[in-house]
Design a protein. Structure first.
Length: 90
């Protein structure tokens, strides 16, 4: 079985108070994530942690909320990091 993954790149953080994924409002910050098509979306920390995954010991795991926020802050400062992905289920 061939696994296909969507690629995402964290581009920074924003003060936009609404998550584009789940619609939750009154957020303190959102994480700006670029998808493969180049579209920028604003994710709340919970949605970002579920969307972004990393490889660990041969398995793919969601990152923590704190890691997602940290990646957003690092990207805003201009630091580079690896692209993360999510498995596409067909």
């Amino acid at each position: 079985m061939d696994k296909t993954y969507k690629r995402f790149t964290v581009r920074g953080i924003s003060d936009k108070p609404e998550c584009d994924v789940c619609g939750k409002k009154n957020l303190k910050l959102t994480i700006v994530i670029e998808d493969e098509a180049g579209e920028l979306l604003h994710y709340g920390s919970d949605c970002a942690s579920r969307t972004l995954r990393q490889d660990y010991q041969g398995k793919r795991h969601p990152i923590s909320r704190e890691a997602a926020i940290s990646m957003g802050r690092s990207a805003k400062r201009g630091d580079s990091f690896a692209r993360l992905s999510q498995q596409v289920t067909a």
